[in-house]
Design a protein around this ligand. Structure first.
Ligand SMILES: Nc1nc2c(ncn2[C@@H]2O[C@H](COP(=O)(O)OP(=O)(O)O)[C@@H](O)[C@H]2O)c(=O)[nH]1
Ligand SMILES: [Mg+2]
Length: 361
């Protein structure tokens, strides 16, 4: 059955030719395959190299993406371009065991997704530090428990999927970050999953693009997938900024009060400080791609933010008071008040303060 091998690349000129040779060797027994390099306009001109290889060997195609960045979206574009009934994704840096490609493709005889796994008998991670192994295992384990996935390595970047299964869920994918397999497995939960062990090899050339923020990104994806996007990554950020504001408010109150001003002025100044820090943090982080920059936008944005937050504070108090009045325990009533006001604040700020269309990644 015709197979399409997707190779996302960013600055992999040093290893791409060897990766292609390894694929040719592994697939030497058949000729019904193609390889698609999806390159995000790498500064090292990986795309040029891929185009050159493709001129001599038309089985190798290259999509040089000029308008977008990001591993997951590159994989989705590659999968969409693939014409084979079976689609396979692997790194172009030789860290995935190319000799396992035929096994992964063959596993789709009896499964809809086939995962190259580092965490089953026969698999491994080579020379990773204990700390990295620990983090990776905790992440896989939480993905399995929280999302109910049946793979031993849901974070793998080495996997194959039937095109028909991919197309069924392609429209629902939200390719952020780099854990596309986790998302695919969540959407295809009811389908059959096969696994093939492989040993993750150390990188020989070039460098890993996935270092900073990886754990954080993973956590956000997990929340989004577990709640079926009801709780978005943005909402999590917003709630965390709100929490930091509580710290700022109480912190500044204790700094100011008694030493510099009385309780009332202290409370007012502390609330104002927290409002400014919350607004700034949301502006540069939660709503980064819709950021207010001009003085006019900043003033207008801050004004709206304060009005909405003031209504939120009122909602918070009212809900807490009302539930307590109905006989709820105070802590429960307070939590309900916080949830109600945070939700109100979030959606109003999303639609009014930072309204606008997000640019694609
Ligand atoms: N097109 C594209 N490919 C990427 C991007 N980031 C990483 N890659 C490729 O994805 C594969 C895995 O990335 P890598 O940095 O090796 O991750 P690691 O193996 O977890 O360290 C490699 O082939 C990279 O060149 C990206 O933003 N766009
Ligand atoms: Mg790699």
């Amino acid at each position: 059955m015709y197979a399409s091998i997707i190779l996302p690349t960013y600055n992999e000129a040093a290893s791409l030719p060897r990766a292609i040779d390894a694929i040719r060797a592994a697939m030497a027994h058949r000729d019904d395959w193609e390889a698609i390099v999806v390159d995000d306009d790498s500064p090292d001109r990986t795309w040029e190299l891929a185009q050159q290889i493709g001129r001599d060997d038309p089985r190798i195609r290259c999509y040089r993406r000029l308008d977008r960045r990001g591993l997951s979206s590159a994989i989705v574009d590659g999968l969409s371009l693939g014409t084979g009934e079976r689609l396979l994704v692997m790194d172009a840096d030789l860290q995935h065991d190319v000799t396992k490609v035929p096994d992964l493709l063959a596993s789709l005889d009896a499964a809809d997704v086939a995962v190259g796994s580092r965490y089953m008998r026969g698999g491994g991670v080579g020379e990773w530090s204990k700390w990295r192994i620990f983090l990776s295992r905790v992440a896989s384990w939480s993905a399995r428990i929280v999302l109910g996935l049946r793979s031993t390595d849901p974070m793998s970047g080495f996997f194959a999927v039937r095109r028909e299964a991919f197309l069924q869920v392609a429209g629902k994918l939200n390719p952020r970050g780099y854990k596309l397999l986790m998302e695919l497995l969540t959407l295809l939960r009811a389908r059959r999953v096969a696994e093939v062990p492989y040993v993750f090899a150390p990188r020989q050339t070039g460098e890993s693009k996935l270092s900073g923020g990886v754990i954080w990104e993973f956590f956000l994806s997990l929340v989004e997938l577990a709640t079926r996007n009801v709780v978005s990554a943005r909402f999590v950020k917003y709630a965390l900024v709100g929490l930091s504001g509580v710290g700022v408010q109480y912190g500044s109150f204790y700094l100011l009060w008694s030493r510099f001003m009385g309780a009332e002025a202290g409370t007012f100044t502390a609330i104002a400080t927290a409002a400014i820090s919350n607004y700034m943090a949301n502006n540069v982080w939660t709503f980064a791609e819709r950021r207010h920059r001009s003085l006019q936008d900043l003033l207008r944005g801050f004004g709206l933010f304060v009005v909405i937050s003031a209504c939120g504070a009122f909602i918070n108090q009212s809900v807490t008071w009302y539930l307590e009045h109905l006989g709820a325990l105070l802590p429960a009533a307070m939590v309900a008040g916080i949830v109600a006001s945070t939700t109100w604040n979030y959606f109003l700020n999303l639609d009014l303060t930072w309204k606008g269309h997000a640019r694609p990644e």
